[in-house]
Design a protein around this ligand. Structure first.
Ligand SMILES: [Zn+2]
Length: 214
């Protein structure tokens, strides 16, 4: 499921979208990443990389960045120095509650993800890379949708829901692809999701001590 696309319309901003970072997520994320086309990018660069299937290690686990996939991602970050770095993940619906849990910080050390709508969640990236690899003004986001490879009994019931989630996920990716700066992106997201944007800001402030995070 390895996939690479570079859309080049200038030097700023540089956006890096990575997907399928662990487990079988790549089978779901590739469907969205492949749908982003040159016309979705007005200026700057967009680098899209979907990883191969790999063993599941959470990006919150420091060892992740020593795995083959983790090293590849760090290389991409260090090569392109993206102004916007977006991780596209997917989750098993049974983990939904844990991801948005108000006590997630006490439990796993990071703030909860925030639901935009239809099961699409947004949050920051792993603290292991947020402060080491990026500058404060860079945009670093994680996007989550339910994975496509669920058990077959639930498949039929979940199909419509998954489709709706997928459309929102793709919409957000296209918004990011078409944004030319942090403020432009923040304006667009906060227009559609004012409450969620405010919550995200507060979580980042709490966690990193400042907004944008540092
Ligand atoms: Zn993931």
């Amino acid at each position: 499921m390895s996939f690479f696309r570079l859309i080049d319309k200038g030097n700023y901003p540089k956006r890096l979208f990575v997907g399928g970072m662990h487990g079988k997520e790549s089978f779901s994320t590739i469907n969205a990443l492949k749908k982003i086309q040159s016309f979705n990018v007005k200026n700057g660069k967009l680098i899209i990389y979907n990883c191969d299937q790999s063993k599941y290690i959470s990006t919150l686990d420091k060892r992740y960045y020593n795995t083959k996939t983790g090293i590849k991602i760090l290389r991409l970050i260090n090569y392109y120095h993206p102004d916007m770095y977006i991780e596209t993940h997917c989750y098993n619906p049974k983990n939904y509650k844990n991801l948005i849990d108000g006590h997630r910080k006490e439990k796993v050390g990071v703030p909860p993800l925030i639901e935009l709508e239809k099961g699409v969640l947004i949050g920051s990236v792993s603290p292991h890379i947020r402060t080491n690899e990026f500058k404060r003004e860079n945009v670093c986001l994680t996007l989550e949708m339910p994975c496509f490879h669920q058990k077959s009994d639930e498949k039929r019931n979940n199909f419509q829901k998954q489709k709706e989630s997928f459309e929102i996920y793709l919409k957000i990716l296209k918004i990011i692809a078409g944004s030319d700066s942090r403020s432009d992106l923040e304006k667009k997201i906060s227009e559609d999701y004012p409450k969620q944007f405010e919550t995200a800001r507060n979580y980042a402030k709490e966690f990193f001590g400042k907004y944008p995070p540092f």
